[in-house]
Design a protein around this ligand. Sequence first.
Ligand SMILES: C[S@@+](CC[C@H](N)C(=O)[O-])C[C@H]1O[C@@H](n2cnc3c(N)ncnc32)[C@H](O)[C@@H]1O
Length: 457
Amino acid sequence: MAEQVILPAFQPSLFKDMAVPKKSAKNAEWGTFKDSLRAPVHRWFTYPAGFSYKAVEHSIERYEVTAGQTIYDPFMGSGTTNVVAKTRGIHSYGVEAHPFVYRIARTKLNWDIALSDVLAFIKLVRQKLPVLSQEIKESDDLLLEDIFPELILKCYEPEALVDLLALRTLVLEEDLEAGVRDFFFVVVTALLREVSTAATGWPYIAPKKQKVTSLDKDVFTEFSNLSRRMIEDIAKIKEISGGRFEQSVHRLHNGDSRNTEGFIPDGVVDHVFTSPPYLNNFDYADRTRLELYYWGEAKTWGDISKNIREKLMTSATTQIARSNPKYKISQELWIECPEVAGFIADAVATLSELRKTKGGKKSYDLLVAGYFNDIYQIIRDVYRVLKPGTKALFVLGDSAPYGVHIPTDELIGKIGVCVGFHHYDIEVLRTRGDKWKKNPQRHSIPLRESIVILSKS
Ligand SMILES: C[S@@+](CC[C@H](N)C(=O)[O-])C[C@H]1O[C@@H](n2cnc3c(N)ncnc32)[C@H](O)[C@@H]1O
């Protein structure tokens, strides 16, 4: 958000009792994916929105969640919570609305891949890939520019892209068992950023910036190495688990956590550990654009909106059409949680005025209303599925669109109490955004990443 602050920080009139966070948690990196990039299986897909597997482990130990109990992540993402649960023999539920990300999680939870199947497919690829690549090069019908959107053409050398197209064909069309196909879907997905000559580091893709280290990388060699590394990861994580994983069941759902009735019965969950989208305008759908374009799951911005953006809870202005009435604070939220609804209404009104003064005219006003409508429904559903005497932990950051501070952690805590939770605590993981302080284009409101702990009595 590059807009200048023109109003002083928003003063919440209704929140005189704004809680001072109780204590600091030990690890400032828990809200980031850094630890997970070094851990077997967790590292299969670099998900910028992911959190540290250590945060999940800590929560499981702190609240004594044991093998045979059940943990639920309503924003499963790439499956960090569920992979930790499986390692420890804890059952899990996971809901993820983004179909591509869901597929990654599903694959990371399937440890039944046989080494022999993997080696057989590597062998098949070694034989067929050069032949298929040659056919593509010689064909008049298979033109790369007809098959791939421009972004993909800009990210790869033509030679590598021909191999990647051949590889895609083999993974999608060869006769593979479903789990094995998923496994190679994830291998090739990971490979995409390895062999790209554009600076494709997460979350942004910079096709104009060249990554010279990728120039010498050969698609087949990288594919073969990654496949072997991933199958070794399965052996490693099974060893860490010491056999506990075999007793656990993992039910994953590509759907919407605003309402999971029909998927998760009432009162069956012992612990929730999750991280919702932050209210920071991060477009989850767009951040997987390279992958969706490569796999042919989307060709345009419109495809991504229809297939993904519209299915996710509101957390980015790119999801919003101003004519859609759903971005008004819901009646249910007003009735069940008037204090929070009043606070949000004040913020929405301020943002609506600020918007008129800004060149970009970002719909932060509707974003805030839509975000809390959705969060409210999810917290209500989380309350429904939890057993009495349990806790739900939400890792999240607050935000300050147009310089208006929205204390997301505080608001989620209060919504929790409105829907029936006995009380809430907030623990701050780290303060954020300090680096912007000297930049006059940015607001100077101190932001933080915290854990909200909702307790059900
Ligand atoms: C902060 S990320 C969670 C990342 C996860 N903790 C991990 O380590 O990979 C939030 C996730 O919520 C998903 N999401 C957004 N709206 C959703 C909804 N209505 N139901 C379920 N998942 C949703 C997004 O696609 C995104 O993957």
